[in-house]
Each structure stands twice: as structure tokens, then as C-alpha cells.
Write a protein that binds this ligand. Structure first.
Ligand SMILES: Cc1cc2nc3c(=O)[nH]c(=O)nc-3n(C[C@H](O)[C@H](O)[C@H](O)COP(=O)(O)OP(=O)(O)OC[C@H]3O[C@@H](n4cnc5c(N)ncnc54)[C@H](O)[C@@H]3O)c2cc1C
Length: 358
């Protein structure tokens, strides 16, 4: 029998973020209902490049959250059998040598597992590169999660432990006396002690129904997928204007950046050009064929950093929307669960409250 203190929590969204939060809440003993318009796997999530990293371009405080998230993936992989994760390593040379060296020096001082490599070692790591770089940075601890399959595996495991997943569109939140008391799903009211909005690019529209303004950009990113092919890549390769990796089923996926290419006015032509550049960069790729391309919209808060936490002045509501959701998901799921069930906000989340925009 359900304990009188068991909280019923609605999680809106079944992408990697909603799936991780639902999994952690369920395992911590909450009664969880996931509501998703798109079914398990999400919307941005299946269109992601899915690189797990704490790489360059971020302040140290955000690096600390990302490196923690990388460790939390390892913890989660022990708890959920068969998660499609690979710690395949990343070879990065998409910066001029002086900036690459500055990145290496800074992140090494922060404890990132960086190896500086020359041409010979780069060719050893990725023997099929036509033009190995003279100088690159290799991080063996970087990896990938096959994104939709990982979200689905987390949700399936949560369902085994009692979570419910329902397909439906959340029309609005139900605010009452400064607290959200449930949601309206496809015209029907569902009550809850707490509602988590992890709805990716759909988050601002839902939050607005409780009077909350959420500054979110949704830039597009195009990724090409080859048909499955023999193994050409061992790990992630971040060359100038060409980021690529090979999936477990043998597809090479690539963008001009891990965040995807700008699709431009003619996404088919952009995909063809990108694919040709990828094929030209690899030995033994004559038989490689373009299967399809995707255009995903990246849920990116206005300052580029995640929004994770409660909205000031509104009880019963927790918001989790971010880019780099593949990297961050396990830490976000763990920390959100602790905050919702125990009232403890992890120190690593302090910079990421919605109040920073007010
Ligand atoms: C091209 C591209 C490359 C990327 N590369 C990387 C990368 O290399 N590394 C990395 O860490 N991150 C990367 N990202 C970012 C990452 O993929 C996203 O941060 C992550 O997938 C977001 O997951 P999510 O669960 O928040 O959103 P989504 O996967 O979009 O899921 C949103 C969910 O909310 C539901 N929903 C929305 N509105 C409603 C509603 N009204 N009612 C009910 N349900 C609703 C949807 O149906 C869906 O289930 C990339 C993204 C893209 C597009």
C-alpha cells in the first residue's frame, strides 16, 4: 500500500532529462507519472550528437557540474543494465594550436584527463583519418550515450519500478494560491503534489501557464547519418568544421559542429555537402552512403547555461531545461530528486536557478 507521505509527481517530458528525473524519483520512492506528447525518447534527444564531455569553452563552475555528470553516468550504468553508453574517447583539433594549447593547459589544471598528441599518436588513435592533425587534444574519458535508446531504457526501468508513462499533450499547469496542483492533459485534469517540467523546447509555453517567463532559444542543428558501415572510427573526432563519431550499429553521424550544422535554406544540400566532407576525411570510405539527416532544435537558455530548479514564488513546480542534456542528465536527475524530495539543493546547481534572469 502506498504510504501517506509518498509524493505523486508528474514529470512532463520523456526525453533524456525527463527520463533521468523520472528514474531517480521513482527509485527514491516517489509515485511518478510521466506525460509526453511524443512518447518515450523525446524530441531534441533523438536528434542529438550525444557527446558526453566537459570540454572547452566553459567557465570552471560549469566544468565542475559537467565532470560530475560524467561520473554520474558511470554510477547510473551500474544501476541500469545495458545502457547504450560508450567511453570511446574524443580527439579534438578544431581550434588553432594556440587556443588548443590554452584549453589543454587550463583543463589539465582543473583535473580533466587531457593528453596532448602529435600526428603519429593521432593516427594511432584514429587510423582512418586522411589528414591526422599535427597537434590535437585527446580525452580518453569522454564518451557517448545513444540518446533515444538511453532515455527509453531509463523510462522502461522506471516503469518496472512502478512509474507510469502516458502519451498526451499538457495543455496547461493548474496554479492555485501560489502553488501548482496538477496539469491539464488533453483536456483532463491530473492532480499532483509536484510537477516537473522537462519539456525541452516546449517548456516556456507550459511555464507561461503559471505566469513564469522562461528565456529560451531554440537554434536548429543538422546531423547526417550514414548507413551502417564497417568500423572506421574508434571514438569522437572533432576536426575543423567536422565533428563525427560512429554509432554502435556502425552509422557514422556528423555535423560541422557537435551542435549540428546550420541547415541553411536548403537542408538537403547542406546534408549532402557535409556528408561529402565527412567521406573525404576518412580512408576506406568509398562505400559509405548517406542514409538520412535530422534537424533538431536545441533547448538553449538565453545565457547558454541550464535552468534547473524551482521558480521563485511558485510552489509545487520544478523546471529542468538545458542544452548539453545528454552530458548532464544523470546529475540533473539525481540533484532534482534530492531537491524535490528532501529540500536539499546541491551546491553545483546554485548558478542555474531561473532567478538569475529576473
Ligand atoms: C543537433 C544537436 C546536437 C546536440 N549535441 C549534444 C551533445 O553532443 N552533447 C550534449 O550533451 N547535448 C547535445 N545536444 C543537446 C541535447 O540533445 C539536449 O539538451 C537534450 O536532448 C534535451 O533533452 P530534453 O529531455 O530536455 O528534451 P527533449 O528530448 O526535446 O524532450 C522533451 C519532451 O517534452 C515533451 N513535451 C514538450 N511539450 C509538451 C507538452 N505540452 N505536453 C507533453 N509533453 C511535452 C516532448 O514530447 C518530449 O518528450 C544536442 C542537441 C541537438 C539538437
Amino acid at each position: 500500500m502506498e504510504s501517506s507521505v509518498t509524493k505523486h509527481i508528474i514529470v512532463i517530458g520523456a526525453g533524456i532529462i525527463g527520463a533521468s528525473i523520472a528514474w531517480h524519483l521513482t527509485k527514491a520512492g516517489a509515485r511518478v507519472t510521466v506525460v509526453s506528447a511524443s512518447g518515450a525518447g523525446g524530441v531534441a534527444t533523438p536528434n542529438s550528437f550525444a557527446w558526453i564531455n566537459a570540454s572547452w569553452g566553459n567557465p570552471e563552475v560549469y566544468f565542475r557540474l559537467r565532470i560530475r555528470a560524467m561520473a554520474e553516468w558511470k554510477r547510473l550504468a551500474k544501476d541500469v543494465a545495458g545502457l547504450p553508453l560508450a567511453w570511446c574517447g574524443g580527439l579534438c583539433f578544431d581550434l588553432p594550436p594556440d587556443r588548443l594549447e590554452a584549453y589543454a593547459a587550463e583543463h589539465l589544471s582543473w583535473g580533466y584527463g587531457i593528453e596532448r598528441v602529435g600526428r603519429e599518436r593521432a593516427a594511432q588513435i584514429e587510423p582512418n583519418l586522411v589528414d591526422p592533425p599535427d597537434f590535437a587534444v585527446y580525452v580518453a574519458e569522454e564518451g557517448v550515450a545513444e540518446p533515444a535508446a538511453t532515455a527509453k531504457a531509463l523510462l522502461a526501468d522506471a516503469e518496472q519500478s512502478g512509474a507510469r508513462v502516458i502519451i498526451g499533450v499538457v495543455d496547461r499547469l493548474i496554479p492555485s494560491d501560489g502553488k501548482v496542483t496538477g496539469v491539464v492533459v488533453s483536456g483532463e485534469t491530473v492532480g499532483a503534489d509536484e510537477v516537473v517540467v522537462a519539456a525541452g523546447t516546449g517548456t516556456p509555453a507550459i511555464a507561461a501557464t503559471a505566469g513564469i517567463k522562461l528565456p529560451l532559444d531554440t537554434p536548429p542543428g543538422l546531423i547526417v547519418h550514414s548507413r551502417p558501415y564497417k568500423k572506421l572510427l574508434n571514438g569522437l573526432v572533432h576536426a575543423e568544421r567536422l565533428h563525427m563519431r560512429q554509432t554502435a550499429e556502425g552509422r557514422i553521424v556528423a555535423g560541422s559542429d557537435f551542435a549540428g550544422s546550420d541547415p541553411g535554406e536548403n537542408p538537403e544540400a547542406t546534408a549532402r555537402d557535409l556528408f561529402a566532407a565527412m567521406r573525404a576525411a576518412l580512408h576506406d570510405a568509398d562505400g559509405l552512403e548517406l542514409d538520412f539527416h535530422t534537424v533538431g532544435y536545441r533547448p538553449t537558455p538565453a545565457d547558454g547555461f541550464p535552468i534547473i530548479g524551482r521558480a521563485e514564488g511558485v510552489g509545487g513546480l520544478y523546471i529542468a531545461v538545458m542544452h548539453s542534456g545528454i552530458t548532464l542528465a544523470p546529475a540533473v536527475g539525481l540533484f532534482a530528486t534530492r531537491e524535490i524530495l528532501e529540500g536539499e539543493r546541491d551546491g553545483l546547481l546554485v548558478p542555474y536557478g531561473l532567478e538569475r534572469f529576473s
